[in-house]
Design a protein around this ligand. Structure first.
Ligand code: PMP
Length: 306
């Protein structure tokens, strides 16, 4: 459990950061959130927040979808996040959860005329998928929610019921994770991560109009592939059976980091083992996020004063 939380405008002991059972967001899923990672660099004794600016930019853009009106600026949220992590004093990899939500204590489904509030907490966090070097994956029998119903780009709390259906089905059927198709039958993403395939030395990933979350790690992967490996990424629709014939495939996201997909629906992807492109991308990613590549230090915010 964390020791502290940012709640109702201040950092409080974690036990005091509590909401009422009548809270609108608890009853109706009317909140949006972020997931941010901070990486521990043991040699430097430093904790680095990855891409904090980009996460808070996306967070604030998503407030518009839910008519959330809060006075916080990006700089203020960054300042509170750094302060919270300093108070926690973590010296290991950490997950940070900012949550903006409808805090009114009223019955009635709507987005307007409600109070909003912001909470932030953080706790140590390791792997999201155990088999990061080769996950066994299925295509879900569920379909991805659509922008015409609940926009996936909004990172809306209630929308994650869809992800929960997808994930639980996969786990109960013995898989590590699932890929979900959108209403058109094209590949969208994983339950809580974006997806890439590799075909003949080119990265392919679904476009932002495929009902995906517009992932920050997705953008990082596209940049690393281009600048460090000279590989191009094509954003286009992917058919289900392209997953079966791809040379390599992988998930990426704040939680999952960069995780190889070993098989889809019991068909091995490529050799069924960690392929060269995903291998190199994982090495680059983990070096960059821990501050080992000077070129990408600008992605990182150090927590502790040295
Ligand atoms: N898709 C979904 C549905 C997600 O919840 C997430 C975040 N964990 C991602 C993709 C990856 O996004 P990001 O790289 O910004 O964390």
């Amino acid at each position: 459990m964390p020791k502290f939380a940012f709640f109702q405008g201040q950092i409080l002991p974690f036990e005091q950061a509590k909401v009422s059972v009548m809270t609108h967001a608890l009853n109706y899923g009317t909140g949006c959130f972020e997931g941010i990672r901070a990486y521990w660099n043991a040699d430097e004794g430093q904790l680095y927040i990855l891409k904090m600016r980009e996460h808070y930019q996306r967070f604030m853009r998503n407030w518009h979808l839910l008519c959330i009106e809060l006075d916080y600026t990006i700089e203020e949220m960054e300042k509170w996040t750094v302060e919270l992590l300093r108070r926690e004093g973590y010296n290991q990899d950490t997950y940070i959860r900012p949550l903006a939500y409808k805090s009114s204590l009223v019955i009635g489904v709507r987005l307007h005329d409600l109070q909003d509030d912001l909470a932030i907490f953080a706790e140590p966090f390791g792997k999201y998928i155990e088999k990061e070097e080769g996950a066994s994956v299925c295509v879900s029998s569920w379909r991805r929610i659509s922008d015409t119903a609940i926009p996936p780009r909004g990172k809306i709390t209630g929308a994650y019921v869809n992800s929960a259906f997808v994930k639980t089905e996969a786990i109960l059927n013995g898989f590590d994770e699932a890929i979900v198709l959108n209403q058109d039958g094209h590949v969208s993403e994983g339950s809580a991560e974006n997806l890439f395939i590799v075909r003949e030395g080119v990265l392919i990933t679904p476009p932002v109009s495929a009902n995906i979350l517009e992932g920050i790690t997705r953008a990082v992967v596209i940049q690393l592939a281009r600048d460090e490996m000279g590989l191009k990424t094509i954003e286009r629709h992917i058919d289900r059976t392209e997953l079966y014939v791809a040379d390599e495939a992988f998930f990426c996201g704040t939680g999952v980091q960069v995780a190889a997909i070993a098989s889809v629906d019991h068909r091995p992807v490529g050799t069924g083992r960690l392929g060269p492109v995903v291998h190199q991308l994982r090495d680059l990613y983990f070096a960059a996020v821990r501050g080992e590549l000077p070129r990408y230090r600008c992605w990182l915010t150090p927590i502790y004063n040295k």
